[in-house]
Design a protein around this ligand. Sequence first.
Ligand code: PLP
Length: 397
Amino acid sequence: MNKRMLDLGSKRSVIREIFEFGKMRAQEIGAENVFDFSLGNPSVKPPQKVEETLSELLRTEDPTALHGYTSAQGDKAVRQAISDYIIKTHHVECDPDYIYMTCGAAASLVISLSAVCNVGEEVVTFAPYFTEYKVFAESAGAKLVPIASDPENFQIDFSLLEKAIHANTAAVLINSPNNPSGVVYNEKTISRLAALLKEKSDLFGRTIYLITDEPYRELVYGGIKVPYLTAYYKNTIVCYSYSKSLSLPGERIGYIFVNPQAEHAKELYLAICGAGRAHGYVCAPSIFQKMVAKCQGLSSDICVYEKNRNLLLHALRELGFTCVQPDGAFYLFMKSPEADACAFCERAKKFNLLLVPGDDFGCCGYVRIAYCVSEKTIQRALPAFEKLAAEYGLCKN
Ligand code: PLP
């Protein structure tokens, strides 16, 4: 047996652990009395057009073709539709032959990391980061090198990044809007990042790839813009997913887009195809490929998340908690009033508040609150947050 796999399979993620606890607690005291902020499962239903398109596909398409294998990298017409959308929306070069359909962002990341990393190379990322990055990087034989973000705003700390990149760095992995901080990198940050990667690639005489993990691209509030990375740095690989934008995390659909302007772009795309093959990620779910081709540019009703964010952020700050304002995704990353965030989460459990310690996101002393829940849950949870704040003697503003 492979010891590493046994270890991975035996340990449940902290988030899953808390989620399971919530289910057990719901049986004891009723679901309405458990305030589960643990999981990033969209709480808004998919757009109506998703269901309509699926029904139409089932009614009108030849079932053997609809449910059959597509090309390993995905149906050509689907890739064409996505490519057209990227060109129209982001005004960058794109081509269906540089798109690879996948089972969500998780598969996109595993494939992309495997395609660009050789054994022992490093992938730099920014803490706090999505908990699975370490697992994905290690599956590619690489080492994840997390560096702290600026604690004032969770933006990139360029002095740390500068020191973290060296001759053994294969890629820098970013996630904006970010899980768990909700922070979005603005154009100035992206331009600075692109300039640094170019400078370091020249210095070390190697290509340093930028891998951008984008399941939350459309989930931004207040008209904030998320720069499209291929316009800033040529050696970019975009890992996109419809899990959050269309509220379809269970359907496992997304894609990888390799910038056609990347160095040796054709070979890079072939390496993506090879990694997809090696991991068994070929021919993403056929019916969902065909559906997304017809639903480009749609997203679930994100106003619901924005309302939740405003409600919770305002209430928590009023109670004396400290949180950086999230401009995207559906998470709040709150400073724990005691240094040990795990101890704080345990105390929160006393009030049936289920929060996730930041430790697994590479950022101790914080907790993640996933506000992709109903507004009613937030309203009902506020007295519990108030009791929790009182335990720490926090000042009501
Ligand atoms: N990357 C980030 C930052 C995420 O938050 C998630 C899921 O929550 C994923 C990747 C995986 O997404 P998918 O469901 O599309 O595989």
